[in-house]
Ligand binder design. Structure first.
Ligand code: PLP
Length: 428
């Protein structure tokens, strides 16, 4: 079937857009869009997203991307300047933006991590780390149950969810998953593969539903890696750059990994970019042969400008402290609103910085509350590896009006949904 494309300047209406999604993108994606209200987003600024019918939504979702909010002036300034001068490089000459972005990232990374490789997506950063580990003889990968590292073949091998893995088997050989937060289980695995292991771990598991490990877990993981000669890769693609109220999730335990993975917020919410930040000794193969691991758009100046802008925005607006302070207040408020309405249907409201999760004791309310929140003007997220947890990853630029808006929306949404799950509720 052929159809005439729309004139390029005409935005399709909601129904036409649904048809294009169904016929040109994915039927499943079209259905999801409908399920979330069929809204059509056309603009964004700060913590707000605007839809084609002129409504604005508070963006507490975005899968952890928008720490700086949308279109932060520091990011836009850098990206606009670059767009109008030199957006993509020849890759034959030296180019300043890549070097400056790498230097900016190293300046905020844990000490001792001095080399940077840029990529486009989080999963690509994970693939790069897997390859770096192989150049160091670490071919036995260890990841955690429920952990999320992306969906390219190597990253998918580490992502601990069979639903995503099964259609694509066989995956990478020699990979083991251990329970998250259980240093004893990790010890058992690493003891069997001395000098061969490479451990991938998130400081707080995001897609597993904001799972916070026991205090000291990361330090124990680092000590075990040291003891058994394993490389430690901290996947901070979602937790890094201030999301948890510290520059890195690892800071809370004073851990410096061999390889740090960064993504999401590094884009400034403007140009996709991810990065691998490594100890120089782990990077020697890439140092020696610059063609060993390449990609056409790796380090493209436009993305580098966004990364520089994002780091400047986080530093300049002290978004790390804001994330910690706003997150702490928000956690207390949300906990009291949600448990006030849902009582025992809620298992836990937890969070660190601006990564918050509401875990229910049964399937159903997390999804229903997500849809209800959208109806009340707030975008949040489900968790890819847990259907029990509603997740909020708001920007650190929220002001007190935004917070009031969120609390009122949450209160209304909980009141409506709690009535379905707790028959005696409704008067809270
Ligand atoms: N690692 C973590 C911890 C993530 O949360 C994600 C995405 O949610 C990824 C890796 C994969 O990133 P991307 O979706 O950009 O490939």
């Amino acid at each position: 079937m052929t159809t005439t494309p729309l004139a390029p300047d005409v935005l399709p209406d909601r129904h036409e857009l649904g048809r294009l999604y169904r016929n040109r993108l994915s039927r499943g994606r079209a259905t999801l869009g409908e399920m979330f209200g069929g809204h059509v987003e056309v603009a964004s600024e700060g913590a707000r997203v605007t839809t084609s019918d002129g409504r604005t939504f508070l963006n507490c979702g975005g899968y952890g991307v928008f720490l700086t909010g949308a279109r932060h002036p520091a990011v836009i300034r850098r990206v606009a300047e670059q767009l109008h001068t030199h957006p993509v490089a020849t890759r034959i000459f030296l180019e300043p933006q890549a070097a400056l972005a790498a230097d900016a990232l190293v300046s905020v990374a844990p000490p001792g991590l001095g080399r940077v490789h840029f990529a486009g997506s989080g999963a690509e950063a994970v693939e790069t780390a897997i390859k770096l580990a192989r150049t160091r003889g670490r071919t036995r990968l260890v990841a955690t149950d429920g952990g999320y590292h992306g969906k390219t073949m190597g990253a998918l091998t580490l992502t601990g969810k069979s639903l995503f893995q099964d259609p694509f088997r066989p995956l990478l050989p020699g990979t083991t998953h251990v329970p998250y937060g259980d240093a004893g289980a990790l010890r058992t695995v690493l003891a069997d593969i001395p000098g061969e292991g490479c451990v991938f771990v998130e400081p707080v598991q995001g897609e597993a539903g904001v799972v916070i490990p026991p205090p000291g877990y990361l330090a124990e993981v680092a000590a075990l890696c040291e003891e058994f000669g394993a490389l430690l890769v901290l996947d901070e693609i979602q937790t890094g750059l201030g999301r948890l109220g510290t520059w890195w999730g690892a800071d809370a335990d004073g851990v410096v990994p061999d390889i740090l993975l960064v993504g999401k917020g590094l884009s400034g919410g403007v140009v996709p970019v991810s990065a691998v930040v490594a100890r120089p000794e782990v990077f020697t193969a890439f140092d020696r042969d610059p063609y060993l691991h390449t990609s056409t758009f790796s380090g493209a100046p436009l993305a580098m400008a966004a990364a520089r802008g994002a780091i400047e925005a986080i530093r300049g607006d002290d978004l790390v402290t804001r994330s910690r302070d706003i997150g702490a207040r928000m956690l207390g408020e949300l906990r009291s609103i949600v448990t006030g309405h849902f009582g025992g249907v809620v298992r836990e409201v937890r969070g660190r910085g601006l990564m918050l999760g509401i875990e229910f004791a049964e399937p159903g309310p997390a999804g229903d509350l997500l849809i209800e929140l959208i109806q009340n003007g707030v975008i949040a997220n489900h968790s890819l590896n847990s259907h029990l947890v509603l997740r909020l990853t708001p920007p650190a630029v929220l002001d007190s009006t935004d917070l009031e808006f969120l609390y009122e929306a949450m209160d209304r949404a909980c009141r409506t949904q709690a009535a379905r799950y707790t028959p005696t509720s409704g008067g809270a």
